[in-house]
Design a protein around this ligand. Sequence first.
Ligand code: CMC
Length: 434
Amino acid sequence: MAMAKLTIDGTDSATLTTDGHEVDLPVITGSEGEVGVNISKVRAQTGTITLDVGFGNTGSCQSDITFIDGEQGILRYRGYSIEDLCEHSSFIEVSYLLIHGNLPTAKELQQFEYDLKHHSLLHEDMKKFFENYPRKAHPMSVLSSMVTTLSTFYPESTEADQIDLNIIRLMAKLDTLTAFSYRKSVGQPYVYPQNHLSFTANFLNMMFALPTEPYQVSPTLERAMDLLLILHADHEQNCSTSTVRMVGSSGANLFASISSGISALSGPLHGGANQAVINMLQMIVDDGGDYEKYMAKAKDKSDPFRLMGFGHRVYKNFDPRARIIKKAADDVLDELGIEDPLLDVAKHLERIALEDEYFVARRLYPNVDFYSGILYRAMGIPTNMFTVMFAMGRLPGWIAQWKEMRSDPATKIFRPRQIYTGPTYRAYTPIENR
Ligand code: CMC
């Protein structure tokens, strides 16, 4: 195998030596000291590309939005720690912070809340779409399609004011879309948004209010949901966010880009893991609580089973979000007097995994999805809607990243290369000779 050598010369340049070529490469240092070698000119100068399957070592952009230190277990939005935001802030304030770059003043927050409340209704014609999905349709598929549908009601414009209005519309309508798709799936009438309720209380009301009696939103659950949304609000260049940026890099509109992000999030290795965790915990309970059997399966490379909710591409230490959710799950269940056997199973599994050599050697810790499902269950959210809840939380992050990508003069259409490994030239064979 031919080899190349990369030498980092100090803080602002690097040299790549490959097959007799020597190329000087600029080095970029981020505000937290992260160092990246800019390889974008390597192919033009040497005819060689870099190969990084899964992009584990590739930066796709420079970004001011979210900082993660996976070794230390640090997560910050726009410089503010996730712990501080969870303790002092609200999801709406965090959304403003992510989208606009700074915490809002009281007046800015009031205006933002007002705008969100006054755009939360769906166009009445949109309701007709819900009628045509099969009852058993997965809510993530419905959500992704309905977000694309928004672009047929609110067409794209390149005017900044119109883009900002579409951002408000999307933020305001996503939870209405989610609640309506749930009501349709259980055959209940839609509950319209109520402007006197907070963002989270309004969502819970749209989900669970009955026509016959008012729904009392539990303040404990209202706060727990706010916390979950804050914790999911952004996570830099993960699979769905990179998808939003990739689709948006072609100039596709906001709704199309976010809809693609929702589809990317649905997979079980990404946002779909929260649903998969609960299914896994239930399977372990139903199988008589045989933890050892499932640990062995997770470690067996010939078995596709993985311990869902464990491991992370970036965190090689505790995912700070998992710590916060675990504590919240304990507190909320305690406060509401709910006993969930799956919480005990999860804790037991975590204890075993954290002491197991396989998990220790690979630095696999519980991630954000390991305990979030326990909280969603306490709220009465059905398992197949967990990933939709993740999408609601992630929306301001996707929007912030899409906006940043659009306004960055360095943005180019995303167009990775490949190393072709297929057949070399073959002459076409007529069908009768095959
Ligand atoms: N159970 C068993 N083994 C695992 C697990 C797991 N959950 N996660 C990673 N490994 C092993 C993997 O087999 C590999 O072993 P080896 O080095 O012997 O080949 C090693 O650990 C490294 O794993 P990887 O798959 O190369 O790591 P990755 O960075 O490509 O994948 C991941 C990260 C999150 C997809 C993976 O850890 C995983 O599949 N976890 C379970 C799914 C999950 O919980 N996903 C939610 C992620 S957090 C929320 C989000 O981002 O959406």
